[in-house]
Design a protein around this ligand. Structure first.
Ligand code: SAM
Length: 331
């Protein structure tokens, strides 16, 4: 029954975000059923149900006769907070939720549901304006927190220059450069994404330390050099094994001796039985990509070894966009 109610829980969360419920309750404000009904233009019955359901999910808590944000909602669901997660919720709701309803079609046809490969070159191009408006904000809101967890779990102490391959709007470089004063970073991403990254970098006051270089990590003759650590966050799960092996070889070529590579992903266990967040993200890759899937730590270790890297190991952590990183170095 918990699985049956998955859709109910997600839609309760998503409508709370869409209504701005948690943002309106920022800073400890409480709201009664009668007040919520008036504020959101609802009858008292639906207002009562929404507040009770939100509390049952740990998003609100009871305060006297009313409800207020839980700590979780205050940190992650109030717009403007550094680790605001609402953009991911909005993206999933608008872009992937209805296509998931046709999952049987994707399973039988082995093709994505959120975009048409006959009409678009890749899911990341500029064909779909809704995608361009929502996706990189969604990734940013997921990856800001993942970057924090990675920085807690992995020692960046000796690294000076990071290349974030497919770095999106810059969540990792921004979080990492704010924490690590010795670090400078380059984002390599598609031209229209670099423009978004530059805005975020400027907002964070890091324009001098983080650059955005437009390019194509699959087609350009080589990756930018001059970096001692390369990050691939939620990149390899978008592509098939052959593409990933080729990309790892290009990363190897772009690094100096002793340079490090970090693959941050929701990793399947080696038996391929879970955890659910990795296995279900794999199903989501069926919905969203042509050849992507979530891979195990053991698979990445093998590919890294074949590409010439050594000392590959898994560093575990807990975050929305990754449950660990596979790290290795060029000898
Ligand atoms: C799933 S997102 C991950 C973003 C970021 N690494 C993170 O974890 O938040 C994949 C990223 O790869 C970029 N990308 C896809 N194909 C690319 C290509 N051929 N060359 C450069 N960037 C590409 C996309 O624009 C997008 O920013």
């Amino acid at each position: 029954m918990q699985l049956v109610a998955g859709v109910w829980g997600f839609k309760t969360l998503a409508i709370g975000v869409e209504f701005g419920l948690f943002t309106r309750l920022a800073g400890g404000r409480t709201i009664t059923v009668t007040e919520a009904a008036a504020e959101f233009g609802m009858d008292e019955r639906p207002a009562d149900l929404l507040l009770a359901a939100s509390a049952s999910l740990g998003l609100l808590e009871k305060a006297g006769a009313g409800y207020r944000n839980s700590e979780l909602a205050e940190q992650f669901l109030v717009e403007g907070q550094p680790y605001y997660f609402g953009a991911q919720i909005r993206y999933s709701d608008l872009r992937t939720y209805l296509p998931w309803h046709r999952i049987g079609e994707a399973l039988r046809g082995n093709h994505p549901l959120t975009w048409d490969p006959q009409q678009q070159e890749s899911m990341f191009d500029t064909t779909d304006p809704k995608m361009v408006a929502e996706f990189w904000d969604a990734m940013f809101s997921t990856s800001r927190f993942t970057a924090r967890a990675l920085a807690d779990a992995y020692d960046f102490g000796t690294h000076r220059r990071l290349l974030d391959v497919g770095g999106g709007a810059g969540a990792f470089p921004i979080e990492l450069c704010q924490r690590l004063p010795q670090l400078q970073a380059t984002i390599l991403d598609l031209p229209h994404v670099c423009a978004r990254a530059e805005e975020r970098i400027a907002e964070a006051g890091l324009t001098g330390r983080i650059g955005a270089v437009p390019g194509d990590f699959l087609a350009d003759p080589s990756l930018p050099d001059g970096h001692d650590v390369i990050l691939l966050s939620m990149i390899l799960h978008d592509w098939d094994e052959a593409t990933n092996r080729a990309l790892l070889a290009r990363c190897h070529a772009a690094l100096p001796s002793d340079g490090a590579i970090i693959i941050s992903e929701l990793l399947l266990n080696d038996e391929r039985t879970g955890p659910p967040e990795a296995a279900l993200m794999g199903m989501n890759m069926l919905v969203e990509t042509e050849g992507g899937k979530n891979y195990s730590g053991a698979e990445y270790v093998t590919w890294l070894g074949d590409a010439g890297f050594v000392d590959a190991r898994v560093v575990a952590f807990d975050a929305p966009g990754a449950n660990g990183a596979v790290v290795a170095r060029r000898p």
